[in-house]
Design a protein around this ligand. Structure first.
Ligand SMILES: Cc1ncc(COP(=O)(O)O)c(C=O)c1O
Length: 480
């Protein structure tokens, strides 16, 4: 069994084994003609259930054959141009190289003595990102597992900085289309059930700052404490960007922590054409960035950045065995002092290898391409009488719904759209997402693949229309 341990004596086996895995994936990618096979839970679950985990196969090739059956064949492939659903990007090869290296070396970036250069590389990337945002000389931050954790940590710091002894009085302001992790964080942080005030959005799905000003005033008047305003730079459903300069102004006036959730919109930080859309982000107290959304990085790769490094002390705890207090005086860099996690992956390496290979502009240009594509998709949808499209995209999301000529019942139109999404998924021809707008069911394309073309969009719209019509035809048959 020791032959499976990665060390000086097994380097050759490591090379062979990993190469075999890489070959499988490469072959799969070269032959995958749909983003999904359409496999059902009922068909797949028994194949996984029947595997006896107490009887190992003891052979890499056999394990990979089995994996083909239980995973690779039926996985959802984000690299496919007709995967248009959630905020999953295709990944760049330099990042995969970084991933392979980081898991083999297996540094843990909680302490210097478990990572050495890993800690310094992560720190450089935090500084680089903070510099791109424009947070100023006292900025700092740390890599996290994702936007949810980044938002949680930012709100933890905001809660502590609010310096209110009464948690029940704290209020967080976020637009009605902000990410649900804001509410989840409020709950985890022990805030009141009604602590998150939902601020209405305008017709472009951007936070209404007049309403925010009113809510902040009301909060003060009611003797409550505004803990944070969460501005979203790239909402999950619409890609809309809240008016950051105006929100910054209101936060400054009311002395409220400004958090910018740029989990999605962070790709604009490197965009040669669209960086201006993030104007005002430099005034934030904290920012969430998800490199695994718009920097073409594999899951997971995210960070929380703060304007004032000192605020990270709210996440600092010392343990004699790991990061004793004296290490701070000795200037030993232990990232665990800033993180909610202890053992932590060296995810930063993926971004490092990516930047050193393609450069920031290279990533930004890819992101610009998907934003350009969304503009084309918008024109297609706006000109197509079969569809109602919600807002012109600020980034790369399109929300729309099929509207049959002959049907006026909104509930029936809902059912036709829900059916179309399901049928498309079952066919595996394309994967699209869905959401609700004004209580009605809509479909959503999140465009993150520069390989997707306007023709792909047009073809998927035809498929959706076909499935919806099929449903409506069947429904008429059922009624007659
Ligand atoms: C705006 C926004 N914030 C936060 C998140 C949560 O990020 P993660 O899924 O990486 O936890 C998402 C995820 O889609 C998001 O769109």
């Amino acid at each position: 069994m020791r032959s499976h341990l990665l060390n000086d004596t097994t380097a050759e086996q490591y090379r062979r084994s990993v190469t075999e895995g890489v070959e499988r994936v490469a072959a799969k990618l070269a032959t995958t003609d749909r983003p999904f096979t359409g496999v059902t839970v009922d068909a797949l679950a028994p194949r996984i259930e029947q595997i006896d985990l107490d009887r190992p196969l003891n052979d890499t090739t056999a394990v990979l054959d089995e994996l083909e059956d239980v995973y690779l064949r039926d996985a959802i492939y984000f690299h496919h141009p007709r995967y248009l659903a959630h905020l999953n990007c295709p990944v760049v090869i330099p990042a995969i190289l970084g991933e392979a290296i980081l898991s083999a070396v297996n540094s843990s970036v909680d302490t210097w003595d478990q990572s050495a250069g890993g800690t310094l590389i992560e720190r450089r990337l935090v500084d680089w990102t903070a510099g791109r945002i424009g947070l100023g000389p006292a900025a700092d931050g740390v890599f996290t597992s994702g936007g949810t954790q980044s938002n949680l940590q930012a709100l933890l710091l905001a809660r502590e900085e609010a310096k209110s002894g009464d948690l029940a009085k704290l209020r967080v302001f976020a637009s009605e289309v902000s990410h649900f992790s804001v509410k989840k964080s409020a709950k985890l942080l022990g805030l009141a059930p009604d602590a998150v005030i939902s601020v209405p959005v305008d017709q472009n799905k951007r936070m209404q700052t007049v309403a925010l000003a009113r809510e902040l005033e009301r909060c003060h008047r009611d003797g409550l404490v505004p803990m944070a305003v969460v501005a979203t730079a790239g909402t999950t459903d619409f890609g809309s960007i809240d008016p950051l300069p105006e929100i910054a102004e209101l936060c400054a006036r009311s002395g409220t922590w400004m958090h910018v959730d740029a989990a999605y919109g962070c790709g604009l930080l490197v965009s040669p054409a669209r960086r201006h859309l993030l104007k005002g982000i430099e005034r934030a107290d904290s920012v969430t960035v998800d490199y695994h959304k718009s920097f073409f990085q594999p899951v997971s790769s995210s960070a929380v950045l703060v304007r004032d490094a000192a605020t990270l002390r709210h996440a600092t705890y010392h343990a004699d065995y790991l990061n004793p207090r004296r290490m701070v005086q000795e200037r030993i860099p232990n990232q665990v002092d800033k993180s909610l996690q202890t053992t932590r992956r060296f995810d930063a390496l993926k971004l490092w290898v990516t930047l050193r290979t393609m450069g920031a502009d290279g990533i930004g240009r890819l992101f610009d391409e998907v934003c350009d594509l969304a503009e084309e998709g918008w024109k297609l949808l706006a000109a197509d009488p079969r569809f109602d499209v919600v807002v012109e995209p600020s980034i790369s999301t399109l929300v729309f719904r099929y509207i049959p000529e002959a049907v006026t019942d909104p509930a029936e139109i809902d059912r036709a759209n829900l059916y179309a999404r399901k049928a498309l998924f079952a066919s595996g021809d394309a994967v699209v997402a869905g959401t609700k707008v004004g209580g009605r069911h809509y479909l959503k394309f999140t465009l993150l693949n520069p390989e997707t073309t306007a023709d792909d969009i047009a073809a998927v719209l035809d498929l959706i229309a076909g499935h919806a019509e099929q449903y409506l035809g069947d429904s008429l048959d059922r009624a007659s």
